[in-house]
Design a protein around this ligand. Structure first.
Ligand code: AMP
Ligand code: GLY
Length: 431
């Protein structure tokens, strides 16, 4: 029945999942909402499902016994583990690709091969399974270049090396076992130059519907200094695109989907293209098999459309372009982090002021690393704690509102970047 309510199990615990939960809850089709493991904010809105999100058998079994009508898989690890396969095998619709298609994120080498066959522009690369030949190749081409561990390494397995010495150190790190099995194969890439742009798209395996563009800020400190993080702030849409760049990115994603189809691999869910806008046009940095975090926190608030309907359509092959429309406004999100992140940080600090921030017009505070205490307090529970997001009619308004909201929130060690969105305001010529 098209208008029947479905009970939903959402896997994950980040700001991305809180944004997904809020959007799913807005749908008239949403029945009971369960999360595993969720976070402090998500558990104010949904019930805890006591399952291990990375176990295909556990998730499928729990979903079956609880009459779940849709399992939404937020992070990459359960996708690569085959949670989508197990849920679908149990006859339950799932959002997120099966394990074979999730290799677009799970294996950089697989993704590179698909891109080569699809004829889409990406950095030139070579892959290695032994350290000596990898190091010899790095000496031959010299720096700058980029060294990447092949599997999932939680964003840490990428070394952007300016010099040959740094690249050789990266090769050593990758083969040292510090990224686990992810380091068994190592990819060496040409370094691309230009601003980055993320393009998330929904797909049912055949039709691809692009969502709005967004731009993440990966470094920990103002001025893009400091260590790489999971992302410290983001905005949408990206105002610095040149004519034709969006069309090229969409075309690239469609070609990749067609190539996967040719190989007999059905990809349904969110296809996330990470692009570098080079002087020769957009080139692919990577593909992810899921929504971006924190990109989702600025893309979904601007989306008009029923997310439950969209996700079910992705699973059953009935997605159409008209299911997604956009508000004509801007979103900026600033991450409030724990002092020390991405290195060591403390947890368990009481957070105050979230309600005051949420009360501002156009502001939504998404929880990431937070925990709901028994007395109802919200405590810090991770490196990235909150995503303070504002939506407004102009980019400047959204940015100012997001920072005004950040000022309303306090916890010991609260740390954030003050320059989220500055580059967009300066314009493309000044990058
Ligand atoms: P990835 O996990 O592959 O997206 O890489 C993480 C970050 O490293 C990207 O967002 C870029 O900032 C940077 N990066 C990755 N590959 C390249 C490349 N070929 N050239 C320049 N920067 C890169
Ligand atoms: N924003 C980066 C990611 O989701 O991988």
């Amino acid at each position: 029945m098209a208008d029947e309510k479905v009970d939903i199990l959402l896997l994950g615990s980040g700001g991305r999942e809180h944004a997904l939960l809020k959007k799913l809850a807005e749908s008239p089709r949403a029945g009971k909402l369960y999360v595993a493991p969720g976070n402090g904010g998500m558990l104010q809105q949904a019930e805890l499902a006591p399952v291990n999100q990375d176990s295909p058998a556990e998730v499928a079994e729990w979903a079956k016994t609880h009459g779940i009508g849709l399992v939404v898989i937020g992070p990459e690890a359960p996708l690569v583990e085959g949670v989508g396969d197990a849920v679908r095998a149990a006859g339950i619709p799932a959002f997120g690709p099966n394990a074979d298609a999730a290799r677009m994120e799970g294996s950089k080498e697989f993704a590179k091969q698909v891109m080569a066959k699809a004829g889409v522009p990406t950095a030139a690369y070579k892959s290695f399974t032994d350290e000596a030949s990898c190091a010899a190749y790095v000496r031959e081409i010299g720096g700058p270049c980029v060294v990447k561990a092949d599997g999932l390494a939680a964003g840490k397995g990428v070394i952007v090396a300016q010099t040959t010495e740094q690249a050789l150190e990266g090769v050593r790190q990758c083969f040292s076992g510090q990224f686990g099995d992810a380091g068994n194969t190592v990819v060496v890439e040409e370094m691309l130059q230009g601003p980055e742009c993320s393009l998330l798209a929904l797909t049912d395996g055949t039709t691809l519907v692009p969502l709005a563009t967004s731009q993440d800020h990966k470094r920990a400190l103002d001025g893009d200094r400091g260590l790489n993080t999971g992302g410290m702030g983001v905005y949408s849409p990206v105002p610095i695109l040149l004519p034709g760049e969006l069309e090229t990115m969409v075309e690239i994603e469609k070609k990749v989907l067609a190539e996967l189809n040719r190989e007999g691999i059905r990809y349904s869910g969110c296809l996330y293209g990470g692009f570098m806008l080079t002087k020769d046009g957009p080139k692919v940095l990577e593909f992810n098999a899921r929504f971006g975090d924190p990109e989702t926190q600025v893309v979904l608030p601007r989306m008009k459309g029923d997310l439950v309907e969209c996700f079910l359509a992705c699973d059953n092959g009935t997605l159409t372009e008209d299911m997604v429309q956009w508000e004509d406004d801007w979103a900026v999100s600033v991450v409030l982090a724990s002092a020390g992140y991405p290195g060591h940080y403390e947890k368990g600090k009481k957070i105050v002021g979230i309600d005051d921030a949420n009360a501002l017009d156009g502001v939504t505070v998404y929880h990431a690393g937070t925990k709901l205490a028994e007395n109802g307090d919200i405590l810090t529970n991770g490196g990235r704690v909150l995503d303070v997001t504002a939506v407004a009619p102009t980019f400047e308004d959204a940015r100012n509102k997001a920072y005004e909201a950040c000022d309303k929130i306090w916890f010991e060690g609260k740390t954030y970047r003050h320059d989220i969105g500055i580059k967009a305001i300066k314009g493309r010529a000044n990058l």
